[in-house]
Design a protein around this ligand. Structure first.
Ligand SMILES: [Zn+2]
Length: 265
């Protein structure tokens, strides 16, 4: 009969062997599938990140920026100064922030997040969004992703905005409610539509969950989306939430189209 000590020793040996085997199989996996850059697939030393070249091309949005729309300013216009866009067309939401300018690298990340079935990209993007939305996380707001229509969700299998919201929820420990808002109208894709066309396309497209007020209980809502383009979709969701009795809505996206930056919509 084995002594208790012997058992403990053999358990220890087994777990050491187990750890060693797991490390070996990790190494073998790395040899079979060496980690590559999330944007351009160049081999990288570490998994789930960008290569140095893509990292330097990513343009984080940092101060100074418009406090309402999060549009970066070339120079500081002074405390509280708004962008021309925010003055000409005040958004229904309080404040919007984005982690990066929508340029070639951001487009590649978002494209793969949407169509490439690579939900692990969401955690990379969410890590950058935590910093972008840092003013918003206090006071236990609720993270709500911009929904896809059920038909599009079935075709694509997951909602990239919900993946971003869940990854952000894990990092910030905030609650996520992915079905608080639903898309009741199957709208055509916004790509190729003008600003006014986009607004018409999404008007009346959203509805809130009948238990909205009970579920959101006086909390601020932070809408989560992948890209802020003209804001038509996000504004339509915001209006739906405000009409239903929500008092404050802010927005955090991974990327933002910046007119005059090196990329077009
Ligand atoms: Zn790269």
């Amino acid at each position: 009969m084995e002594s208790a000590e012997g058992l403990v020793k053999s358990e220890g040996l087994r777990s050491r062997l187990g750890n060693g085997l797991r490390r070996l199989s990790g190494l073998a996996l790395d040899m079979l599938y060496p980690p590559v850059c999330l944007a351009c697939q160049t081999p990288t030393g570490v998994a789930d990140t960008l290569c140095a070249g893509c990292f330097t091309k990513l343009r984080p949005i940092t101060a100074p920026f418009c406090p309402r729309l999060g549009i970066p300013f070339e120079v500081s216009l002074g405390e509280g100064a708004l962008s021309a866009e925010a003055i000409a067309d005040p958004p229904p939401f309080g404040r919007a922030r984005a982690a990066v300018v929508y340029n070639e690298v951001a487009r590649s990340l978002v494209g793969q997040l949407k169509y490439g079935d690579r939900p692990e990209l969401a955690s990379f993007c969410a890590r950058l969004m935590v910093g972008a939305g840092h003013e918003f996380w206090d006071g236990a707001p609720l993270l709500v992703p911009v929904p896809l229509h059920p038909r599009r969700l079935r075709a694509r299998r997951y909602n990239q905005s919900a993946e971003l919201a869940r990854a952000l929820g894990d990092l910030t420990k905030l609650g996520v409610d992915a079905d608080l808002v639903r898309r009741k109208k199957h709208t055509r894709q916004q790509v190729g539509l003008s600003g006014a066309g986009r607004e018409r396309n999404v008007a009346g497209a959203f509805a809130v969950h009948p238990d909205l007020l009970a579920r959101a209980k006086g909390r601020r809502i932070i809408l989560i989306d992948d890209v802020y383009t003209t804001g038509a979709t996000i504004k339509a969701v915001t209006r739906t939430l405000l009409r239903a009795g929500i008092e404050a809505v802010d927005v955090v996206t991974f990327a933002r189209v910046v007119i005059g930056a090196d990329e077009t919509i």
